[in-house]
Design a protein around this ligand. Structure first.
Ligand code: UD2
Ligand code: MN
Length: 576
């Protein structure tokens, strides 16, 4: 038996050694943590005591920790040689650089691109909670998981109710059991869930399924190749917390499809649409009322006529009350304009929230199939035109005559929804929400085919992309069968298309180009005299002329001579 004094001595000595070893161990740990940047201890502790509060907190608090590696701080990754060749080959299928993406950490750091004014906004503490719904079909592994990591890491844990990865019947390797396992291992607190639909639903029905599975106060939808940035969540939740009929779109930054570089989208633009029912960006022109209300500065909410579609937040109850989505829409397209028109017409509002920033990889094509090879954008748009656009659907069909033969399915339930919600008319929407929208055949002097009767040649865009500059062509008149030949003579004396105007420097014999309309007359001012038939370019005094030209050539500008080659008729005259 040891005397108590000796026992005491041994214990002291023993304790001395163990604490020294402990200190060493701790130092080694700290050096390890600092050198690798990994911080696993809170996770282990959290799992051990069965609670996850520490895990959530540490994920959020460590979101901006300094790391080194490709793509950190949102930088681009530039491949070379063999690797670049492989990446280019794979990009044909994926429509983005998968090799660059695979080389970047799933929880990479990003530059905080918010306007400085956003950083000092104080949001209420009792915000509603969010269910983030990320739908995907055969998405590549790293963009999908980077989306989930960015959401979990950059959302204050008390507001993030859940992240739902809604698998729209993917069959790509890794997206089955391996994904389930990854999710369980990475987020043992269950904040991320995988929900699967049995059959390919298409993105519209997939979002409905995701929304039905969600239980948080606010739904936030994201595409499966996004990165949520610093402070993205609070501005969305705060504004919906104030008024649940607001549908909100974060500022969408670009993640380059080639290098994965994250860059801020700096412009102040809102959503518009074309009459062929494609989404467009349109410059934000605040009215005095809007400026007085605090709209129209870079960090303040902007009221927008439409949304691009993929990234938005809505109160969960409101989303269903206002009709969720049209479940008759297939695969891709049209749902973004449908929900935009519907929300405005049925008493809600749509806003862009520039203080909330989320990046999205814009891909030039779709890395998935369209079952049945259908033009789903066209048919979905037809459903929306029939239900929501009243007599303005004529302008859609003007561009999409081909669809008149197509079967769009049953729309009676959507019409009943519009009745039930007592929604306003589409002309109310145009007048009140989107007054700057150019209506081809209203409030214009004339519209339709611009024909030279002698040659039966018509002005024609030749199907070229009207976002680019090109010379206006001449083509056999199609007698109303081609949208390429529909022009308007506006009240500002522009000879124009929806967004682009005939423009000329006025040189003798020069061609005439189609440029974005600037609304300031100048080189875009034309006068048409119905009786003499001339179309005069006002600044140069020259006339549109077809002499010596044939179908397929570009129209020219020549000294006015009163000849038949300079006579034109416009199909419909309204007020001339
Ligand atoms: C844009 C929208 C997109 C959607 C679409 C119009 C943005 C940034 N993106 O096209 O969200 O509104 O316009 O319909 O505004 N997906 C499925 N099942 C399918 C097909 C797609 O789950 O059958 C998923 C896909 O994995 C992705 C999302 O739907 O997460 C959107 O598809 P996309 O990224 O190909 O569409 P995008 O960005 O070209
Ligand atoms: Mn997308």
């Amino acid at each position: 038996m040891l005397s108590s004094a000796r026992r005491f001595f041994i214990r002291r000595r023993y304790l001395g050694w163990t604490s020294a070893a402990g200190v060493c161990l701790l130092l080694i740990c700290i050096i390890y943590v600092l050198s690798t940047g990994s911080w696993e201890a809170p996770k282990l502790r959290a799992v051990a005591n069965g609670k996850y509060a520490d895990l959530k907190k540490s994920r959020y608090e460590n979101r901006n920790r300094h790391k080194q590696g490709p793509g950190e701080y949102g930088a681009g990754v530039f491949l070379q040689g063999e690797e670049k060749k492989n990446a280019d080959e794979l990009a044909k299928k994926e429509a983005f650089n998968i090799i660059a993406s695979d080389g970047i950490a799933l929880d990479r750091s990003l530059p905080d691109v918010r306007n400085p004014a956003c950083k000092s906004v104080e949001y209420p503490k009792d915000l509603p909670t969010a269910s983030v719904v990320i739908i995907f079909h055969n998405e590549a592994w790293t963009p999908l998981l980077r989306t989930a990591h960015s959401v979990v890491n950059r959302s204050p844990p008390q507001y993030l109710h859940e992240v739902i990865l809604l698998d729209d019947a993917s069959y790509r390797d890794r997206l089955g059991e391996e994904l389930d396992k990854y999710v369980q291992d990475t987020w043992p607190d269950g904040v991320v869930k995988v929900v699967r639909v049995k059959e390919r639903a298409g993105l519209i029905r997939a979002r409905i399924a995701g929304a039905k599975a969600a239980t948080g106060d606010v739904l936030i939808f994201l595409d499966s190749h996004c990165e949520a940035n610093e402070g993205w969540l609070e501005p969305l939740l705060a504004r919906i917390g104030e008024n649940s009929s607001r549908v909100l779109v974060p500022g969408i930054d670009a993640i380059d499809s080639e290098t994965l570089e994250y860059s801020k989208n700096g412009g102040i633009a809102v959503g518009g649409f074309t009459w062929s029912l494609h989404f467009t960006w349109s410059p934000f022109v605040p009215t005095k009322w809007e400026l007085d209300q605090g709209f129209g500065k870079e960090w303040q909410p902007l009221r927008s006529p439409t949304m691009p579609g993929g990234l938005f937040a809505a109160d969960r109850k409101y989303f269903f009350d206002v009709g969720a989505y049209d479940p008759g829409m297939d695969v891709w397209g049209g749902e973004n304009l449908e929900i935009s028109f519907r929300v405005w017409m049925c008493g809600g509002s749509l806003e862009f929230i520039p203080c909330s920033r989320v990046g999205h990889i814009f891909r030039s094509s779709h890395p998935y199939t369209f079952p049945g090879n259908k033009d789903t954008h066209g048919i979905n748009s037809m459903r929306l035109a029939e239900v929501w656009m009243d007599e303005y659907k004529r302008l859609f069909y003007m561009h999409r005559r081909d669809l008149l033969k197509q079967d769009m399915g049953d729309i009676s339930e959507r019409k009943a929804l519009r009745e039930r919600l007592k929604c306003k008319s589409f002309s109310w929407y145009l007048e009140n929400v989107y007054p700057e929208k150019f209506i081809i055949d209203e409030k214009v002097l004339a519209y339709g085919m611009v024909r030279n009767p002698g040659s039966n040649l018509c002005l024609d865009t030749m199907g070229k992309d009207e976002k680019t500059r090109f010379d206006i062509g001449l083509f056999h008149c199609q007698n109303g069968a081609s949208a390429n030949e529909v022009f308007s003579l506006s009240q500002k004396n522009e000879l124009r298309r929806e967004e682009a105007c005939l423009d000329s420097v006025g040189a003798e014999g020069s061609k005439v180009s189609l440029n974005p309309c600037h609304g300031h007359k100048g080189n875009q001012e034309w006068r048409h005299h119905k009786d003499s038939g001339v179309i005069v370019h006002v600044p140069s005094g020259k006339c549109l002329d077809v002499s010596g030209l044939k179908s397929g050539d570009s129209v020219q500008l020549k000294k006015c001579n009163g000849g038949n080659d300079q006579k034109w008729t416009i199909e419909h005259y309204l007020d001339i």
